[in-house]
Each structure stands twice: as C-alpha cells, then as structure tokens.
Design a protein around this ligand. Structure first.
Ligand SMILES: [Zn+2]
Length: 254
C-alpha cells in the first residue's frame, strides 16, 4: 500500500484518539463524582454554562479559547488538551505497532483506560472498580482475537498481582487493593512477560520519584504517592519496547 494511504490512516487514527481523549476527560472528572459519563452535556465547572459543540473540538478548542471559558473566562486546566493529545499519540503508536489488526483498536482502548486510571489515581488516590472491569473486558476480547496462548494471559493475571498481594500483606496495606486488581487485569491483557517488564519499569520509576520527593520530608510518604500512574507508564513502555527488553534479558541469562 502507498505511503500516503498509511499517513492518512494514521492521521485519522490520531483524530479518533483525540476525540476519545476528550471523552476520557469526561470519565476522569465524572467517575470519582459518581456522575453519569453518557448523560448530561459538558459544562464549565465554574459558571455551569453548557459548552457548545464548536468549543468541543479536541486540542484545538483549548487554544482557540486561550484556555478560558467562553462565558465566564474562568481558566480551564491545560490537562484537558494534554489528555486529548496524549490519547491521540498513543493511538498512533498502537497503529504503528499492531498495524491493521483488531489489536490496534483493543490496545488503544487499553491505553485509554490506563490514562483515565492514571489521572483519577492522581486526583483521588483510588482506582475505581469500573476501570478494572473495562480492562478485563478488553483482555477477554483480546484472548479471542490474538495469537497469544491463553495460559500466558492467565499466568499474567496472577504473576505480578500475587507478588503485590504478598507485599500488601507483609507491609500491612502499603500497597492498595486497586493496584493489585489493576496488575491482575492488565496482566491478562499483556501476558506475563510484558506485564512483569511493565511492573519492573513502573516500580523503578516510582522508587526514583519516591527518593526525589522524600528528600527532606520522610514522614507519611508511603500513602502519599499513588502507584497507579507509574504502573501505567511502565506498562505503556512495555507494550512498545518490552519485547526487546525480554529478548535482551534472556540473551544475558542464556
Ligand atoms: Zn464558565
């Protein structure tokens, strides 16, 4: 197929990602508040004015409005535009990695779920069960369409989550149940190899972050840093380069 065709498809998938990113923003804001994610139009959180269709264009609207509400001029967080852009970029990376397959769609949705989880965990320090359920459904559909043996997914479900469960028992709740469930369902999506690599990257990043932040203030650190975002970054890196890390590591050992 000609290059121009691929380029148009990728651009299209970026736009789809940005539009879904705008829906993810709704999820990030509404799920912790127990509001419906489908009912009710988007509105300014300061003045309550409905946001019209022309102001709902992902990424672009933010810059057209210079990051402010059209009616009351209250500033919107740049995070809305960033989430839309990030979702678009990750969708394109999935398309480059998985080509014209159903896996592109499913892995893009998985990364979308991780984005929602990341920002809800940052905002509220909890991961809602609805996100675990969505990731599990993505994993079950993947099990039907991909070549990965089912056993690899089942081992993936338990490998990291069981270690986290033990660590949680030993540390008397130092690791939240939400993180354990996240690594269980994500392990089913990724299989045990990529799941273990992703967890390892996430744990290293969280440790580095913990050391940097804890300089000076030592007390109550354990519950102040949400683990979910680091796990999400680790798993995202693992999806795209985890295979090379596994091969490199096996090359060292064998
Ligand atoms: Zn307003």
């Amino acid at each position: 197929m000609p290059f121009a065709f691929h380029a148009i498809c990728l651009a299209y998938w970026f736009v789809v990602g940005a539009v879904i990113g705008s829906f993810l923003n709704v999820c990030i804001y509404r799920i912790p508040n127990k509001e419906s994610i489908v009912k009710g139009a988007s509105h300014c959180t300061t003045c309550g004015e409905k946001i019209t269709k022309r102001d709902l264009v992902p990424i672009i609207s933010y810059f057209v409005l210079r990051g402010r509400c059209r009616s009351c001029k209250a500033p919107f967080s740049i995070r809305y535009a960033l989430v839309e852009f990030l979702t678009g970029i990750l969708f394109v990376l999935c398309a480059l990695k998985f080509k014209y397959t159903v896996e592109t769609i499913l892995m893009s949705l998985f990364l979308g779920a991780l984005i929602v989880m990341t920002f809800i965990d940052i905002d509220t320090m909890t991961i809602p069960d609805s996100i675990h359920i969505v990731i599990l459904i993505i994993g079950i559909v993947l099990a039907f369409v991909s070549d990965m043996p089912l056993l690899e997914r089942i081992i993936g479900f338990f490998s990291v989550s069981f270690i986290l469960f033990l660590a949680s028992v030993l540390s008397k709740g130092g690791i939240g149940g939400g993180d354990i469930k996240l690594m269980a369902v994500s392990g089913f999506v990724l299989g045990y190899k990529l799941s273990v690599v992703g967890f390892f990257i996430g744990a290293v990043l969280a440790s580095i972050f913990g050391i940097v932040v804890s300089k000076g203030k030592r007390e109550n650190l354990k519950r102040k840093i949400p683990l979910g975002p680091f796990l999400a970054v680790g798993m995202t890196v693992s999806i795209f380069v985890g295979k090379y890390i596994v091969d490199w590591y096996l090359g060292l050992v064998l």
